[in-house]
Design a protein around this ligand. Structure first.
Ligand SMILES: [Zn+2]
Length: 107
């Protein structure tokens, strides 16, 4: 059972922490851990060891996974953060729908 409400490629807004209010694109979803990696969000410095003798090591910035419950989906239709509704189409296809009033679009 996948409890993560967002998918790879979704745009989300961060609800808490140092990146609160920032938007980013979901790069990876880890359903087992219920974590997501979001482009440009929750950046951490990683120390990189030199791979070859004489090559300098360094510090690179990379996104760290964060709990999916700390982000909210941004509706691709109205551009606002939203909760999700699910619609099942007559042919059995499951669609996600925006719960914002005046929107209600499926995607
Ligand atoms: Zn919407």
């Amino acid at each position: 059972m996948n409890k993560v409400h967002v998918k790879k490629g979704d745009t989300v807004v961060v609800l808490s922490g140092k990146d609160k209010g920032k938007k980013g694109k979901v790069l990876e979803v880890s359903p087992r851990e219920e974590k997501v990696i979001i482009e440009g969000i929750n950046m951490v410095s990683k120390h990189v060891k030199p791979r070859k003798m004489g090559e300098p090591g360094g510090i690179v910035k990379a996104e760290a996974p964060m709990y999916a419950c700390k982000v909210m989906l941004v509706c691709p239709k109205c551009g606002k953060p939203t909760r999700l509704a699910h619609k099942i189409m007559p042919d059995g296809t499951k669609l996600r729908a925006c719960k914002n009033q005046k929107c209600g679009e499926t995607f």
